[in-house]
Design a protein around this ligand. Structure first.
Ligand SMILES: Cc1ncc(COP(=O)(O)O)c(C=O)c1O
Length: 367
């Protein structure tokens, strides 16, 4: 049996006609930049995320960068974040000219440990950038409390978490801005790169909109320097279609995760994901902890099962950040997670047989 980590063709087969119609409509209009579909998607994502405004941008990475640039965060500033995340989180802080300051994660949720944030605040700290890793939101009440106390912005890296909730509140709707990625493997995946920033602040939304278009307002007049961070109309047209299916797909992922949870219950070598009671996760990834992770991954590959390691090297250990002066041992929970975690296929179109096959092979190896 073959079980890929993700099967986008299976999803495409279910919406092919809708996507074709949407793309043809853009082709007929030839309105490729800032076409009406961009505004339509922005309105739909703002509503979906319980936010006042949404600004389409060129990627999740650029959603983070545009947020930081618009908030005036740059050289001399520090932004607190997690070392256990995709590179773009800290990469965008660095590109804005600021310094990423890492805080270790909670071992069970893999999200930033809020109890350790206050100790990392200095007089240069301007923002906290929590990541809602694998589709589960970070402990936003604690994070917002610390941010309020120290007068900091909060930029939610919700790249993996569109539609997730924390105490009933949507990902992206709690911080100063929320940043989504439409990378094709995300729950709401585009036909290429894309992203979005959401916010409650109308004035900030206006500046974010300027930033994504060279800081221009009105056209050809620039009070400050932004960039070309626009979302393509074609992407927006496809995403409008997909957004209509998002909740159903995320529910499918949760149902598949529940099946794995049950199949691994009482099987001691596998630690299944911990989801806090206050959270509704969207399981962008279903990530287990296991001994002999790399050997298991190789074994599963031989059995036709696709898996992934998110992430093999914590960001504080990345060569490009060596001038930050961090060393091995500084963030032990993150380092241990990097050595033990493995993402299993959880996409909504998986069959029961495939899930049983994957769980069976994991057990066969670890028993
Ligand atoms: C946590 C996190 N942050 C940021 C990004 C960047 O998003 P993009 O790939 O759309 O630039 C991603 C996804 O790739 C991500 O998973």
């Amino acid at each position: 049996m073959q079980v890929p980590l993700l099967d986008l063709k299976a999803q495409y087969a279910t919406i092919k006609d809708e996507i074709t119609t949407a793309i043809e409509s853009v082709m007929e209009s030839q309105y490729f930049i800032n076409g009406p579909e961009v505004k339509e998607l922005e309105k739909a994502v703002a509503d979906y995320s319980d936010c006042a405004a949404a600004i389409g941008v060129s990627s999740g990475t650029d959603a983070l960068l545009v947020s930081l640039m618009t908030l005036g965060i740059g050289v001399g500033d520090e932004v607190i974040t997690t070392p256990y995340t995709f590179f773009a989180t800290a990469g965008s802080i660095w590109r804005a000219g600021a310094k990423p300051v890492f805080v270790d994660i909670e071992p069970d949720t893999f999200n930033i440990d809020p109890s350790k944030i206050a100790a990392a605040v200095t007089d240069k700290t301007r923002a906290i950038m929590p990541v809602h890793l694998f589709g589960q939101m970070a402990d936003m009440d604690s994070i917002m409390e610390t941010a309020k106390k120290h007068n900091l912005f909060v930029v939610e890296d919700a790249a993996q978490a569109i539609g997730a909730t924390y105490k009933g509140r949507k990902a992206g709707s709690i911080g100063t801005t929320g940043c989504f990625s439409f990378f094709p493997s995300k729950n709401l995946g585009g036909m290429g790169d894309g992203g979005m920033v959401v916010t409650h602040d109308a004035e900030l939304a206006d500046r974010l909109t300027q930033c994504r278009n060279h800081g221009s307002k009105p056209k050809y007049y620039h009070k400050w320097v932004g960039g070309n961070f626009r979302l393509d109309t074609l992407q927006a047209a496809g995403l409008i279609v997909k957004l209509r299916h998002l909740d159903e797909w995320s529910a499918g992922r949760r149902a598949n995760a529940a099946k794995y949870d049950e199949l691994f219950a009482d099987f001691e070598p596998v630690t299944t994901p911990t989801i806090r009671d206050c959270n509704l996760t969207i399981y962008n990834q279903y990530v287990i902890r296991v001994p002999r992770r790399d050997e298991l991954q190789a074994f599963l590959k031989d059995q036709g099962i696709g898996t992934a390691v998110y992430y093999p090297l914590s960001l504080h250990e990345q060569e490009c950040f060596k001038e930050l002066g961090c060393k091995r041992g500084d963030f032990p929970e993150s380092e241990t997670a990097a050595a033990e975690t493995l993402a299993l296929p959880v996409y909504p179109e998986l069959t029961d047989e495939q899930i049983q096959y994957v769980a069976g092979k994991v057990k066969e190896f670890l028993i």
